[in-house]
Write a protein of this length. Sequence first.
Length: 274
Amino acid sequence: MPELPEVEIARRNLGRWLANAGVVGAEADRSRIFRGSERAAFERIRGRLVFARRRGKTLLLGFEGNRGFTSHLGMTGKWVRRPPGRAEPYSRARLLLEDGSVLHYRDPRLFGRIEPAAADALEQLPAVRELGLDPLLDGVEGKALARALGRSRVAVKVALLDQRRVAGLGNIHAAEALWRAKISPLRPARSLSPAEWQRLSRAIAAGIRYAIGQEQAEEVAYVEEPGTANPFRVYGRAGKPCPRCRTPVRSVRQAGRSTYFCPRCQPARRRRRP
C-alpha cells in the first residue's frame, strides 16, 4: 500500500520521466478513478512538465498551459513507464510522451483518484489544502507533533493515521515509527510525554528515510504484492521475534486495521522512572 515514501519515489520517477519528454496525448478509461467530466479534462493535458510535487500521499503535477492534476494512489495504484505498444494490465489512464514511451496509471482495485485542475490551483483543492504536517516537507519535530496530536483521546496509532493532522503516514509507517520509538500503539495520544513526542518525531523521520532507501528499482513494489520481500521491522510479522528483544510480535485490530507491535519493547503503560 503506497504511503509517503512510496509516493515520494513516484514523484521523483515522474519528474525524471517527464524531464526531457513532453506529453503529446493523454487517454483515460471510464472508471471511478475519475468523477464526471474530469476524464475529459485529463485527456486535454499536453506539453512539458512544469512541476512534480507531493503533499502527504497526494501527487501534484503541473504542465504547460496551466493544466495539471492530482493523483492519489489509493491502495494499489502506481505510475509505471512502458515502451510503445506494450499492454499494461489494469491501466486506467495514460500519458503519451514525445519519445514514444507511455506512462500508465495502473490500479487493480480502483481505490485511487486522479483529479484534473488548473496547475496554479492544485494546492488549493480541498483534498490538498486540508492535509496536515508533511514529515518530509515540513519536518515534524516533537513539539509540532504534540500540538497536532497531543490532545487526542484516541490511541496514538489511530491518531497518526489522521491525514488532517500528519499527512503521509499510513498503517505501515505508523506502526514502524511507534516500534522505533518504543511507544505502544494502544496508548492514548494524550498520554505521551514531551520526551516521547520527540522520540516519536525522530522515529517517523528515520522510518521514512529507511523506506525510501530500500527502493532501488525504477518501479516501486508494494509489500502486499506477491513475491515482494517484507523490509519492515514489525509490520506483517505477527508471531515472529522482535528484531530488538526477540519477543514475539503481536497483532491487534485498531480502527479496522491490523496493528503490529512488540509487547515488551512497547509497553501499554508509560514506564515511570524510579
